[in-house]
Design a protein around this ligand. Structure first.
Ligand SMILES: [Mg+2]
Length: 197
């Protein structure tokens, strides 16, 4: 993957490895999810998938999720990747911006990102890709989006020039990620470093 200048990161399941606790939090606050049904939420846009489940008490989820994440620190391997890559970094997430910014602050890397767009900005990632593109005049031929979910890959596929990498340490396995036809699927930051250089 040559000439990549910009990286757009998904957050949960990519920059933090929190899939297991996310499942537990869904069960605790939203109802009895099987692991299979939980993972299926991420085959599409999660906000829209949750609406299909007619879940109304999202406040309970967000209160709990904030409690769990507000002291979270990004792991060392991920921090090393972020500190050593010389790209323009962005975050597009369905998590809340105040939670994302808190974790970046806890990890002392808030200065490594040019912008952080969460659910307060818009529920659709497609919309947030367009916002970033316009704000920073991004050339998507020089931009890669890194995510752990099929739903995100589907949203990214609306921008054919945008490159994509699926990572296997989050919510979806290699087989499911493949359905979104990413340019690469990776098992480690070391591998991603090699792909980008
Ligand atoms: Mg994710």
């Amino acid at each position: 993957m040559k000439n990549i200048k910009n990286i757009i990161f998904d957050f949960d399941g990519v920059l933090i490895k929190n899939t297991k606790i996310l499942l537990e939090t869904h069960r605790k606050t939203l109802g009895p999810f099987s692991e299979e049904n939980f993972r299926k939420l991420f085959n599409g846009n999660t906000a829209e998938e949750l609406e299909k489940h007619k879940i109304k008490n999202m406040n309970l989820f967000w209160d709990e999720w904030k409690k769990i994440l507000e002291n979270w620190i990004i792991d060392q391997e991920t921090l090393n990747f972020l500190k050593n890559n010389k790209k323009n970094n962005f975050i597009i997430s369905s998590n809340k911006e105040y939670i994302l910014n808190k974790i970046l602050e806890n990890s002392n890397i808030e200065n490594l990102f040019l912008d952080v767009l969460g659910s307060e900005t818009h529920k659709l990632k497609t919309k947030k890709f367009i916002l970033l593109k316009e704000k920073f005049n991004l050339n998507f031929k020089e931009t890669v989006f890194i995510t752990d979910s099929l739903g995100d890959l589907k949203e990214a596929s609306e921008f054919p020039e945008l490159k994509t990498i699926g990572v296997t340490w989050g919510v979806h396995c290699r087989k499911n990620l493949k359905k979104g036809i990413p340019d690469f699927i990776s098992d480690s930051w070391d591998e991603i470093k090699k792909i980008l250089n």
